[in-house]
Design a protein around this ligand. Structure first.
Ligand SMILES: Cc1ncc(COP(=O)(O)O)c(C=O)c1O
Length: 392
């Protein structure tokens, strides 16, 4: 079939494809340990479910305003004010979308186009390349190193900057590596971007899943930041509500209005009951307890999963400071075993353990494993992985 140039280089999300395959194998009766998905395994918090139910009972089921219901836009501003040092205070700078994913698409489509380059630090979340390419701009990957915890520096960014550079993705804590940027690095990078008129799109969806202290630093903790900065967050990870499809972009109101116009021509708005669920969770007195409880369980699972994968020759798995993944390097010594796609395929077919190979994140030679699954499931997966490496 012949498709348009718009989707010439489009492929399905690698992670979603692997997860779908694992589900199918399980449905066929195979014993599958799925460590490939990008979602926490907790149920929706009661206060959110009740917020949605109450809105439906009250008949608030018409089209919501395109940029989001006032309760949620105002709730996002309050939440940011309570969790970062220098957050914007105007709800006109908030656009609610069907997840961070739609927010990123809106922003890229509004900001970038033919001839533009967008810097994407690797390893990167697999969808960044696709959204940049859908906008017909060119993603330019920026290398970082396993040995220094995938730290991103101005020097590395500057090495890839050209006169066409228009944007930069940040993602801290990172999917897949869990790396967290400290405030000093964020300040330096924001200042550098401002100097060169580069838009910073800071994907902060894992910000509250930071295990070494409070929330990971946000671009809204940077005091004297340039205007061209947008942060994105949502309900999928810290509130364990990925199926509700709620995310928000927060940035200069002019940009938010344009992105909202785009959204008005595509999805109209994020689903109303989902927005009321999110508003109820953000405003609830128990909000920090909900997140804190999730984080404590995830921290325990993170440590247990990390411990379970130590000492496997050819698989070097560090303890990540944030997010919900272990990102292990394949190979021995300095020699990375770069065909991680083949390793992931063998693991799936021979042992039934689904992981995501580093190719999906721009860094062949790694495997990503979701550590947020139930304890027994991870333990069984780790046993199978250890046995597989032992038999190579
Ligand atoms: C880094 C990152 N950003 C965004 C998303 C998607 O978030 P949402 O469910 O809000 O679209 C994910 C989901 O895996 C992610 O890992």
């Amino acid at each position: 079939m012949r498709f348009s140039n718009n989707v010439a280089s489009l492929t399905p999300s690698a992670t979603l494809a692997i997860t779908a395959r694992a589900k199918k194998m399980r449905a066929e009766g195979q014993s599958i340990i799925d460590l490939s998905a990008g979602e926490p395994s907790f149920p929706t918090p009661e206060v959110a479910a009740e917020g949605a139910a109450a809105s439906v009972r009250a008949g608030r089921t018409g089209y919501p305003p395109t940029p989001g219901v006032p309760e949620l836009r105002e709730g996002v501003v309050r939440y940011l004010g309570e969790t970062s040092a220098h957050a914007p205070e105007d709800p006109a700078g908030v656009l609610v979308s069907a997840g961070v994913k739609q927010g990123l698409f809106n922003l890229c489509f509004c900001l970038f186009g033919e001839g533009d380059e967008v810097l994407v630090p690797a390893p990167f979340w697999t969808s960044y390349l696709a959204v940049v390419e859908l906008a017909r701009a060119r993603p330019v990957t920026v290398h970082t190193d396993f040995d220094d915890g995938f730290a991103l520096t101005v020097e590395r960014l500057e090495a890839q900057r050209t006169e066409n550079t228009r944007g930069l993705f940040l993602n801290s804590p990172s999917n897949p590596s869990g790396a967290v940027m400290d405030l000093a690095a964020l300040e330096e990078i924001c200042a550098w971007a401002g100097e060169h008129g580069i838009w910073v799109l800071s994907d902060e969806i894992y910000r509250r899943l930071h295990y070494d202290g409070g929330p990971a630093p946000s671009v809204f903790d940077v005091k004297d930041r340039p205007d061209h900065i947008v942060s994105l967050d949502g309900m999928s990870k810290a509130f364990s509500m990925p199926g509700w499809r709620i995310g928000w972009s927060v940035g200069p109101p002019d940009l938010i209005r344009k992105a909202s116009a785009l959204q008005s021509q595509t999805t109209s708005a994020a689903a109303g009951p989902s927005q009321y669920a999110a508003a109820a969770a953000l405003a609830s007195e128990g909000r920090e307890t909900i997140i804190g409880d999730f984080r404590r369980i995830l921290d325990r699972r993170r440590r247990a999963a990390h411990a379970a994968l130590q000492g496997i020759p050819g698989f070097d798995v560090p303890l990540p400071p944030g997010a919900i993944y272990l990102y292990g390097r394949l190979g021995s010594g300095d020699a990375t075993d770069s065909d991680s796609a083949a390793v992931a395929e063998s693991l799936l077919v021979e042992t039934g353990v689904a992981t995501v190979p580093g190719e999906a994140f721009g860094t062949p030679g790694y495997l990503r494993l979701n550590f947020s699954v139930e304890d027994e499931m991870f333990a069984e997966g780790a046993d199978r992985i250890r046995a597989w490496f032992g038999s190579r």
